[in-house]
Ligand binder design. Structure first.
Ligand code: URA
Length: 194
């Protein structure tokens, strides 16, 4: 078993917090384990918990669409993970203690996958990885540094589903991701227009 598989097994048998008592499945994440881009969301919702896969509900559909417009797909270009790996009951925000106990799994995922670009989807991802006081409305669209990795915070797809006006800024943010991907990973990747 390699490090990635070991970590997946360890995560899937985790009982560190109370979310383990109510979950159906641990949602470790999915995508290309050698991806140069990692997308990080908040935590599993109902459908993710049922299926054990990240972003499979309505916001997942939208995320796939956004990635598609950028010429990316989850099998080839990205690995998708979450701040917490188990669904908080009633889709409430993960508690600070749950985040603290779960975040080491994400740190290890980042270390093993070794992405060049991390896209933080929404406030919980931004607060969880960068700073609990950070504001998504202030920091979105700006490249941040996290342990020598480039981080682009943007709005969560579920925020876009609630507010159409966020589509334009998210598109602007993903255009920056595509440009950086072309610069750092593959100059032949199609550039994002419009
Ligand atoms: N929202 C998230 O933040 N993560 C998922 O996996 C699904 C919905």
């Amino acid at each position: 078993m390699d490090l990635f598989e070991q970590l997946k097994c360890e995560t899937e048998s985790c009982m560190l917090c109370n979310l383990s008592k109510t979950r159906t499945h641990v949602v470790f994440g999915e995508g290309n384990r050698n991806a140069k881009i990692m997308c990080i969301g908040e935590g599993p919702g109902y459908y993710e918990d049922q299926l054990g896969r990240p972003f499979v509900g309505k916001s997942g559909e939208l995320l796939d669409k956004i990635l598609g417009v950028c010429g990316f797909n989850r099998l080839e270009h990205v690995f998708i993970a979450n701040i917490v790996k188990c669904r908080p009951p009633e889709n409430r925000d993960p508690l600070p203690e749950e985040r603290t106990l779960c975040i080491p799994y994400l740190y290890k995922q980042i270390e093993i996958i070794d992405p060049k670009i991390i896209v933080l989807l929404g406030a919980t991802a931004l607060k969880g990885l960068i700073d609990p006081e950070a504001k998504i409305t202030k920091l979105r669209g700006e490249w941040l540094d996290w342990n020598n990795r480039l981080v682009m915070p943007t709005f969560h797809p579920s925020a876009l589903l609630r507010n159409e006006q966020l589509k334009r800024p998210v598109w602007e943010d993903f255009k920056k991701v595509v440009a950086k991907y072309r610069e750092l990973v593959n100059p032949d990747h199609p550039s994002a227009y419009c």
